[in-house]
Every structure is written in C-alpha cells, then in structure tokens.
Design a protein around this ligand. Structure first.
Ligand code: UDP
Ligand code: XDX
Length: 247
C-alpha cells in the first residue's frame, strides 16, 4: 500500500489467481491511487494471498456473494480504515497491465468535473461471443429511466465520488450493479461521463460458460431495472398525491 494519491481503488475478485498480481501492480502504480483494496469474493484458487503478496489490502468473503456485494464490502472497508471521503475507483481484476490506463477515469472526478466516470473500452483482441442482448437491455433501460445515453453500459471500471456512491446505495445485486448505478446517479442530478480508456479484459466467450454468464447478467440487469421502474412509479404517485392534498 502507498499513502499518496487521492482515490481508493477497489478490486472485486473471484478466482483471479492468474491475473490479480499484475492488476494490483498496475493500479498501485497510478499516482491518483492512495491505496488498493482487493475484495476476495470467496475464491478457491488463492487469489487473496496473491493480492496480499502484490501489496494490496485484502478483505475476504468466506463464501461467494457476487460482484455487487464485493464492491460494497470494499467501500465499507475504505470508510472504516481511514478513507471515508475519497472517491472510489472500481477495477475488474482481469485487466492486468492495461489497468495502468485507469488514470483517465480518476482525473475528472478528482478535478470536480464529474461525479461518476465510466470507462469505454476499445475493441478487444479477441471477439466476444454474445449478440449484445444484455448490453441493449441495459442501454435501453438507462435511457428510459434516466434519459442518459451510454455506449458501454455494463463497463465495470468506474470512478465515483462519495456523493455519487451515496446516490447509488444500496447497490443492485450481482451483475445489475453497473446499470443501476448509472440510473441512480443520473437521477440524483449528478454528472456522469463516459471516458475512453485503453483497457483490455478477459472477453466473455461463446461457450456454455459464457452464455450462462450472459443469462445471469440479463437476469440481474432486468431485476435492477424493474426495481427502479417500481420506484419511479411510486415517486410519481407520491408527487400526484402531494399536489392533490389541500394545503
Ligand atoms: O461472484 C463474483 C463474480 C465476479 N467477481 C469479479 O467481478 C469482476 C468482473 O467479473 P468478470 O470479469 O467475470 O465479468 P465481466 O465484467 O467480464 O462481465 C472480476 O474482477 C471478477 O473477479 C466477483 O467479485 N464476484
Ligand atoms: O463488450 C461489451 O460491451 C459486453 C460484452 O457483450 P456480449 O455479451 O459479448 O454481447 O460486455 C462486456 O464488456 C464490457 C466492456 O464494456 C465489460 O465491462 C462488461 O463487464 C462485459 O460484460
């Protein structure tokens, strides 16, 4: 850990033994990063020990709880260990050396020009195996609920200040977290910015594992959007009730 810099990096990690050390090293070297916290989300492959050896602070979920829960655990750990106010930089564990490009996400938040930044990745070296169903579901839902256009609505690399973090609480579960975060932060009147970043991650393939991952993503994004539609409707009903109530 280092103690210079201005944001806290949080890396949710499940069975990332092959990649976590390189990712931690690249993130630790960013001048914008004060400390790196890895949340080992019930890994069975020694991810936590490797992260610790690479210099990260490590919090462990004894059992797998999903990406969103790991993100919350990391933020709680940061708040409890002396960084209650710093912006949070969320980083997927599979970026390896390319995580060195994440500074562009932190800069606009640290400069006060954005409350939430989201990385837009370039074309990856291997093609993905999906047909974009989840991406479209998320993009259309964000447009409908927040009137905001996204190019990569599922992108997990994000930097947000504490106002945006608070607006996004509680996180939607599992793979719905990114879509819901964007909706909640825009609807709170905060500023969201997509930023191109030269990041390279493990692309989800076309095999059964990849399709299962997409099915789980689709379910979680759908549930997150349904919950927010319900909230928006309840708010409209409340507003109408307020207007109809005599002073
Ligand atoms: O139950 C889980 C599943 C995934 N992850 C982490 O969440 C990030 C994103 O996962 P992945 O790269 O598998 O999904 P993608 O972003 O490609 O859809 C990675 O750092 C994973 O190790 C996690 O913390 N808990
Ligand atoms: O390329 C994308 O936009 C999609 C992958 O789409 P497919 O499931 O291959 O249709 O989502 C993945 O890539 C994102 C980068 O934008 C990641 O951050 C997402 O977590 C991942 O699911």
């Amino acid at each position: 850990m280092t103690d210079s810099g201005e944001c806290v990096a949080i890396i949710p990690a499940k069975d990332e033994a092959g990649r976590i050390a390189a990712t931690v090293a690249a993130v630790s070297a960013l001048p914008q990063v004060a400390t790196v916290i890895v949340v080992d989300d019930g890994s069975a492959d020694g991810t936590g020990a490797l992260a610790l050896a690479a210099g990260a602070a490590v919090v462990t979920h004894p059992r797998n709880r999903g990406k969103a829960a790991a993100m919350t655990t990391g933020a709680d750990f940061a708040a409890e260990h002396g960084w209650p106010d710093l912006p949070l930089l969320y980083v997927d564990a599979d970026l390896e050396q390319s995580a060195a490009a994440l500074g562009v996400l932190a800069d606009p938040v640290l400069a006060g020009d954005a409350d939430l930044t989201i990385a837009v990745l370039p074309p990856q070296s291997t093609a993905g195996g999906g047909r974009g169903f989840v991406v479209r579901l998320a993009r259309n839902g964000i447009r409908e609920l927040a009137g905001f256009e996204t190019t990569q609505p599922l992108s997990g690399m994000r930097c947000l200040n504490r106002a945006a973090y608070t607006a996004a609480q509680p996180f939607a579960r599992g793979w719905g977290v990114e879509t819901a975060m964007t909706v909640d932060v825009v609807r709170a009147g905060l500023r969201v910015l997509e930023v191109p970043a030269d990041l390279h991650h493990r692309v989800t393939g076309a095999d059964w594992r990849g399709q299962l991952h997409r099915a789980e993503q689709y379910r979680d994004v759908w549930l997150a959007l349904a919950a927010r539609r319900g909230r928006a409707l309840a708010a409209r009903v409340r507003d109408r009730g307020g207007r109809d109530t005599p002073p």
